[in-house]
Design a protein around this ligand. Structure first.
Ligand code: DX5
Ligand code: ZN
Length: 221
């Protein structure tokens, strides 16, 4: 199983985004959190800043859209060049239409669910998506505590992905750090978002490598 680490720049210094992006050039992707103040109570960056991030980042962009209108914004981020675009299942009655549009535009299509949202409906449409993101905190802010109640859902998603033999990445996001990445990996996650566990430390690249090694250690067994 390929392990991927996607640092969330939400915890980076936004006044020095260029340097921050360079500091994690060993990551597999860079996680860009887009919040609109409607789907979640917080507001982060919009397309103007994101477009510069996409253009200058040394690694491909993993965009996480916490927005109320994914029909508009998911294709817009694909158009801007995000390699992967994830929108929330709670925000649309038509996830297949959005996923197909993303794929047609050459982006990977990801669907995210909040901790309280059941994963089962997504398991019905696995061939239509490239990634499932199980939120391991309520979306909106960095630095929250990992919610253990999401582990069963990660396990059920992993089982379904393996049973169907599809190439769907299983991402976890929220509270992932050295004390939680192993239990998330054990439950079956293969892509790990980490914000506060990577940025704000003297050597961000080292944190990325450490997290990757910890998750790899679990999947070797
Ligand atoms: C939360 C965001 C996360 C956040 C993770 O709504 O989707 O990507 O940046 O931050 P940490 O790793 O600090 O929990
Ligand atoms: Zn995120």
């Amino acid at each position: 199983m390929t392990i991927r680490i996607s640092p969330s720049i939400l915890s980076a210094n936004f006044a020095q985004l260029g340097q921050e992006l360079e500091s994690i050039a060993n990551a597999d992707m860079v996680h860009v959190d887009v919040m609109d103040g409607h789907f979640v109570p917080n507001i982060t960056m919009g397309p103007v800043v994101a477009e510069d991030v996409i253009r200058t980042s040394p690694v491909p962009i993993d965009a996480h859209l916490m927005v109320a209108d994914p029909e508009t914004w998911a294709p817009a981020f694909a158009e801007m060049g995000a390699a992967s675009v994830t929108f929330h299942a709670e925000a649309t009655p038509s996830p297949i239409r959005i996923a197909r549009q993303l794929r047609t535009m050459g982006a990977r299509a990801g669907i995210a669910i909040n901790p309280y949202t059941p994963v089962e409906p997504l398991l019905e449409i696995l061939p239509e998506v490239d990634m499932i993101l199980v939120m391991t905190v309520e979306p909106g802010y960095g630095g929250q505590k990992f919610l253990n109640v999401t582990l069963d859902k990660i396990r059920r998603a992993r089982e379904a992905i393996d049973k169907n033999g599809v190439d769907v990445w299983l991402q976890v996001d929220g509270g992932i750090a050295e004390d939680t990445i192993e239990i998330a990996a054990e439950a079956g996650a293969d892509m790990f978002v980490a914000g506060s566990a990577v940025f704000g430390h003297s050597n961000a690249a080292e944190r990325v490598d450490t997290l990757r090694q910890m998750a790899q250690g679990i999947h070797k067994h």
